[in-house]
Write a protein that binds this ligand. Structure first.
Ligand code: HGY
Ligand code: MN
Ligand code: MN
Length: 421
């Protein structure tokens, strides 16, 4: 049994049309009008496939295909919200490949033992409303839905109001139904598979994430008349911190990464010493202890530079998730399924956050990766070769069917299935 690759690729193109931006990418920030339009299109496809669609109180959408016996579903999915410079595949592939699995089983007239479900989770990116993976965090019981509803976006909107505005403040309760298992297909978004010339990744886990917003308050002053010793330059404090982040990360070494993605100055004028600077720092590492040490060193630097520049500083935590290890049985199942297609799956951790890391809190979870050309993502140029997209969908299909048919999740290591049906 194989997915209909043409149908999957066409749907990826159709969805990418919504919020399309030059260069082949799309911009569908969470709970924006573009996100609503994307949601409406995918929900229509889900209903046309005969799936039972539910929307929960944080806007997560789950479409379920009945099994022969009732009970917890084998779940797949991802997200369809994007960053402002998003590509066509980040998140979208996992949702549309999951839908393709359902369509393929429909075409084959097959009903799996357990129900199957495909979902898309609200605000996975966290770019508009922090933290990221918010919908799946609430689904897994990691945050109360009322708390989530009161989150304010970077453009000043309240999450609960935006959910209601786009018509996705749904009746289904949070936390959501606990699946039998969860498997997410996603593009790697990094260079590992592409560089190695490999097609399938069996993801071992996800690195820890630390997001902070720093606000330095100094004193606006004249850029020409104010001697340097008299300045309280918030812009300098922020710039020095951005440079420190780069030094810190190179001192710690891989896999530590650090990013200053946002940096706003006020009044943001050429001849005024900045009175205020607001910036974000994104630190990640697969090792929780090293990540904590990096956070400590950053905090020390921030205190020192604020004191030496005579500015005040406040810190706001935007996201903090520890590293997650996926279920070894699911990792082995992905490997064995890939081997059945003749692919030697590479084991690797995920550098990006994913909804699977939240589902891993409540059920056995894992991920399937396919290569990102040049490792480029969060960029309209994001690209995965069509045959790799289809290969990932076929590995997802057979991994899900195996989880839906077996009494229990097979113990690792598994013999590769010879020549899949
Ligand atoms: O930030 C991330 O890793 C993900 O794209 N939300
Ligand atoms: Mn993603
Ligand atoms: Mn992303």
């Amino acid at each position: 049994m194989r997915v209909d690759g043409d149908r999957l690729l066409q749907r990826l193109r159709d969805l990418a049309e919504i919020g399309a931006i030059p260069g082949g990418g799309c911009a569908r920030l969470a709970l924006s009008d573009e996100d609503r339009a994307g949601r409406d299109l995918v929900v229509m496809w889900m209903r046309d496939a005969g799936l039972e669609v539910t929307v929960d109180a944080i806007g997560n959408v789950v479409a379920t295909r009945k099994g022969q016996v009732p009970g917890p579903a084998v779940m797949c999915g991802s997200h369809i919200d994007t960053v402002a410079t998003g590509g066509a595949y980040d998140g979208n592939l996992g949702v549309l490949a999951g839908l393709e699995v359902m369509e393929t089983l429909n075409d084959a007239g097959l009903t799996t033992r357990r129900p199957l479900a495909v979902g898309f989770f609200t605000d996975e990116e966290g770019a508009r409303f922090a933290p990221d993976m918010l919908g799946s965090l609430v689904y897994a019981g990691g945050m109360g839905v009322e708390t989530a509803h009161d989150i304010i976006s970077i453009d000043g909107a309240r999450l609960g109001d935006e959910l209601a505005r786009i018509g996705y403040l749904g009746p289904a309760p949070c936390p959501g139904l606990v699946p039998h298992a969860y498997v997410e297909l996603h593009i790697e978004q990094g260079p590992v598979l592409d560089r190695a010339g490999e097609v399938i990744g069996a993801v071992t886990g996800i690195q820890g994430i630390s997001w902070q917003e720093l606000t330095f308050e100094g004193q606006a002053n004249h850029a020409g008349t104010t001697p340097m010793a008299y300045r309280h330059d918030a812009g300098y404090a922020a710039a020095a911190t951005a440079a420190f982040v780069r030094r810190l990360v190179s001192d710690i070494g891989p896999p530590q990464v650090g990013t200053v993605g946002r940096l706003d100055l006020h009044p943001d004028l050429v001849n005024v010493v900045a009175a205020r600077a607001t910036m974000t720092v994104d630190l990640r590492n697969t090792d929780e202890q090293v990540l904590q040490a990096a956070e400590k060193r950053l905090a020390q630097h921030v205190e020192e530079v604020a004191r030496s520049e005579g500015v005040s500083v406040s810190t706001r935590r935007l996201a903090r998730f520890e590293p997650v290890e996926f279920d070894p049985r699911v990792i082995a199942l992905v490997e064995a399924t890939a081997a059945g297609f003749g692919y030697q799956a590479r084991r690797l951790p995920a550098g990006a956050g994913h909804d699977a890391q939240m589902l891993a809190r409540v059920c056995p979870a894992g991920m399937v990766f396919v290569p990102s050309v040049g490792g480029v993502s969060h960029n309209p140029a994001e690209h995965t070769d069509p045959e790799h997209l289809v290969a990932g969908a076929n590995v997802l299909l057979h991994t899900l069917v195996r989880l839906a048919e077996e009494d229990r999740i097979p113990q690792a290591p598994l013999p590769p299935e010879g020549g899949l049906r």
